[in-house]
Design a protein around this ligand. Structure first.
Ligand code: SF4
Length: 215
C-alpha cells in the first residue's frame, strides 16, 4: 500500500488523523472549510490555464495540472496541483506548485508536502528539484520555497512514522492539542483539549474572516 503525499500534511497537523484514516477509519464529514477549498482549487485551475507563467518569475514552460507523481523508495504517491516543465537543459527543469486556499501564513505542513512532491519528481525524472512554489489562491500570488536537505530528511522521518502507525496499528499522541478545537475528529479523541464556548466563537469568527477576506 502506498502512502499519499497529503498524509504528510495530515501527520504534521496531527498524527492521529493518519490513525483515523487507515487503522480505524471513521466517518468523515465535509466541512464548509473543505468544500470552500475544493471550489477554489477548481476555479484556480480553470483560470490558471489561461494565464502566463510570468507571475512565477520563471521562463515560459509547460504547465501540467493534477499530475500524479510517485516515489518507489519512499512508497509515496500523490497528485500535484501544477507541475511546470521549463525544458531547461541546465539547472532545474521541473518546478512543483502547490496551491493553498487561505491567506493565513504558510505553515510547515504545506512546505513538507511540497518537499515530498519534489522528492517524487526527482526520483521520476532523475533531475534535482531545489525550488518549488506555494500559490496562495486568495492573493493570487506564488511564493518561492527553497527545498532543503533538512526538509527532505524530515519527509523521510514522517513517512517512517506514517508506516509505523499503519502497519503497527500505533495510536499516536497528538502533536498539539491546540488544534483540537476545529478538528473534524474531535469526537473520537477522548483526551482532546477543547476551549470554552466563548473561545470557540472567537476562533470561528477568525476563521470566517480568513476565508472571506474580512479585516
Ligand atoms: S481532535 Fe485533537 S488529538 Fe484528535 S485528531 Fe484532532 S487534533 Fe488530533
Amino acid at each position: 500500500m502506498s502512502i499519499n503525499v497529503t498524509d504528510i500534511k495530515q501527520l504534521v497537523y496531527c498524527p492521529r488523523v493518519i490513525y483515523y484514516t487507515y487503522v480505524e477509519p471513521v466517518p468523515r464529514k465535509v466541512s464548509f472549510k473543505m468544500e470552500y477549498a475544493r471550489s477554489q482549487h477548481y476555479e484556480l485551475n480553470q483560470k490558471e490555464k489561461r494565464r502566463t507563467l510570468k507571475r512565477y518569475n520563471l521562463i515560459e514552460g509547460q504547465r501540467l495540472y493534477g499530475v500524479t507523481v510517485s516515489s518507489d523508495s519512499l512508497n509515496l504517491i500523490g497528485k500535484l496541483d501544477i507541475l511546470i516543465d521549463t525544458e531547461n537543459k541546465n539547472g532545474q527543469r521541473y518546478y512543483p506548485v502547490e496551491c493553498k486556499d487561505t491567506d493565513s501564513k504558510i505553515h510547515k505542513n504545506i512546505i513538507y508536502q511540497l518537499a515530498a512532491y519534489a522528492m517524487c519528481i526527482e526520483e521520476m525524472t532523475k533531475t534535482s528539484v531545489r525550488k518549488g512554489y506555494i500559490y496562495i489562491i486568495p492573493k493570487q500570488k506564488a511564493y518561492p520555497i527553497n527545498i532543503t536537505d533538512d526538509q527532505k530528511n524530515y519527509v523521510r522521518k514522517i513517512t517512517s512514522m506514517i508506516k509505523k502507525i499503519i502497519y503497527e496499528e500505533y495510536y499516536p499522541e497528538p502533536r498539539s492539542k491546540k488544534r483540537c478545537w476545529d478538528c473534524e475528529f474531535q469526537r473520537y479523541c477522548s483526551d482532546c483539549d477543547l476551549p470554552n464556548l466563548n473561545e470557540m466563537k472567537e476562533r470561528n469568527k477568525e476563521l470566517m474572516r480568513e476565508l472571506l477576506g474580512f479585516k
